[in-house]
Design a protein around this ligand. Structure first.
Ligand code: MCA
Length: 327
């Protein structure tokens, strides 16, 4: 899986020994470890290897490199930095973004300022990279591009019927890049694969007339914050262990820096008195969870909205709190 994708990416993005990559991604994810490093190792490319993302360090090193790979937060932070001038990006050949949706607005502002259209691509740990906007050819903002060579991507409805262009449905993928299964989880593996070998990505999208893929949502209850996956269930379980909690729901809502920010909506046994000490809950959660998973905002309600089946309506909460980070 790794070698097929590495070769594909090296060719698709035109890596050569003349390139210098600026690397600031964590090495405990496929993006920093495989996508970035494999292109470098396979091409004999040089690399400036930073231990973490610090926008000042990025600006300082940019004039020495030709490629930057990052999550959308990199590009929003670069755009708002006064040092991000023509001198900083004069030697750049390519800016790549992935792991989370790059807002069209950010991509367009970046293009207007630099003349570079950030190359957006799409993948996941289980499949490594699936689609990419072209190196040469039209890069469409808001789209994750075309299926990479030898990789099959299809859109299906909920009954498994394959849909045509401009029809929205479940994104499924097969090819030499797709993993065999989850480690010691045969049931989960069986659940996520179709009998004909396609893997269910859990993302929802459509192909346009030119066969460019756009992702419009996720069927899995997942939050992506600054390129990190956050599973609401884990956060809700941690919250429910705090004193006097009756129930909780964790959602992602638009965040200006991280794309999505984690928001918790909590009901206590006596919420009618607004009894929740949110600062205390936050410090409790910080002891149990990695920082990026800790809700940045906590709201207390008397009760959670539920449907007739008694299931919490997270779509209602997402709508209610959609501007929570804007104030
Ligand atoms: C840090 N914080 C975050 C995040 N990062 N909160 C939410 N989401 C985040 N992503 C917390 C910090 O702990 C801190 O909390 C507060 O937010 C402010 O942190 P800040 O200093 O601004 O953050 P940072 O250290 O500059 O990190 C931001 C980052 C980082 C550079 C964007 O999150 C990052 O490196 N993301 C990349 C993740 C990645 O590589 N994902 C790839 C996985 P407090 O104030 O409480 O201390 S996906 C993948 O591999 C697939 C295959 C793919 O397609 O790529």
């Amino acid at each position: 899986n790794l070698s097929s994708n590495a070769t594909t990416l090296q060719q698709a993005w035109g890596f050569s020994k003349d390139d210098i990559l600026l690397h600031a991604l964590p090495l405990f994810h496929v993006h920093g470890l495989f996508v970035a490093l494999h292109c470098v190792l396979l091409s004999g490319t040089s690399m400036i290897f930073l231990s973490k993302f610090d926008v000042d360090e990025i600006i300082k090193n940019l004039p020495k490199v030709t490629v930057l790979m990052g999550v959308p937060t990199y590009y929003t932070r670069l755009l708002s930095h006064p040092g991000f001038t023509e001198a900083a990006y004069k030697n750049m050949r390519l800016f790549v973004s992935g792991s989370a949706p790059l807002l069209k607005e950010v991509s367009d502002t970046f293009y207007d300022k630099t003349g570079h259209r950030v190359l957006e691509r799409y993948g996941m740990t289980e499949t490594i990279m699936i689609t990419s906007n072209p190196l040469n050819g039209e890069r469409i903002s808001g789209s994750v591009g075309l299926p990479l060579p030898d990789i099959n991507v299809r859109i299906t409805d909920d009954n498994g019927a394959v849909l045509g262009q401009n029809e929205t449905g479940n994104i499924q993928v097969s090819g030499p890049n797709v993993f065999n299964g989850y480690w010691r989880k045969p049931d989960k593996t069986k659940e996520e694969f179709i009998e004909d070998g396609y893997f269910k990505t859990g993302d929802v999208g459509f192909f346009d007339d030119k066969n460019y893929l756009s992702i419009i949502g996720r069927s899995k209850d997942l939050i992506i914050s600054g390129g990190y996956n956050v599973y609401p269930k884990e956060i809700e379980t941690a919250i429910n262990e705090f004193e006097n909690i009756k129930e909780s729901a964790v959602i992602g809502t638009p965040h200006p820096d991280f794309g999505e920010g984690v928001v918790a909506v909590v009901v206590t046994n006596n919420s009618e008195n607004n009894s929740l000490d949110t600062a205390k809950l936050t410090s409790f959660l910080k002891q149990q969870l990695a920082n990026y998973k800790v809700p940045k905002l906590i709201f207390e309600l008397d009760k959670l909205p539920v449907n007739v089946m008694g299931k919490v309506q997270k779509n209602v909460l997402r709508e209610q709190y959609q501007d929570a980070f804007k104030n």
